[in-house]
Design a protein around this ligand. Structure first.
Ligand code: 5GP
Ligand code: ZN
Length: 115
């Protein structure tokens, strides 16, 4: 836990968020500025700064995050139509919050290449 981290504060319940899923190691909540009709952030409870800070000890965690993403997409009804999972890393990658997170976007046709 990092005391000044926005997502750690959401995980601790110090900042409100619409939480749609949580378990012992993962929390998912609505993005406050949705870029698609369905836009959620899936985060580990553990404070990991970026993708570059992952170690082999986190391999199961990342697998579980993808399992949660698929389950949410299925349960929320957009799995079959299709969806996108995005992880932005560092400034040029578009990362703005320094707690590892995966965007789950659905409910519209995605474009490629991404912006
Ligand atoms: P990044 O650019 O780091 O990949 O994504 C950060 C995401 O966090 C953005 O999509 C942004 O809208 C979202 N976000 C920023 N502040 C808050 C907040 O206070 N609550 C929620 N629910 N999402 C936030
Ligand atoms: Zn954090």
């Amino acid at each position: 836990m990092a005391s000044d981290c926005l997502f750690c504060k959401i995980i601790r319940g110090e900042i409100p968020a619409t939480i749609i899923y949580e378990d012992a190691e993962i929390v998912a909540f609505k993005d406050v500025d949705p870029q698609a009709p369905q836009h959620f952030l899936i985060v580990p409870r553990k404070h990991i700064r970026t993708t570059l800070d992952l170690t082999t000890a986190d391999n199961n965690l990342i697998g579980n995050i993808y399992q949660v993403a698929g389950k949410l997409a299925h349960d929320l009804g957009f799995a079959e139509d299709g969806f996108r999972i995005v992880n932005n890393c560092n400034e040029a990658g578009g990362q703005a919050v320094w707690h590892l997170h995966f965007h789950l976007l659905g409910g519209r046709d995605m474009t490629w290449p991404p912006g």
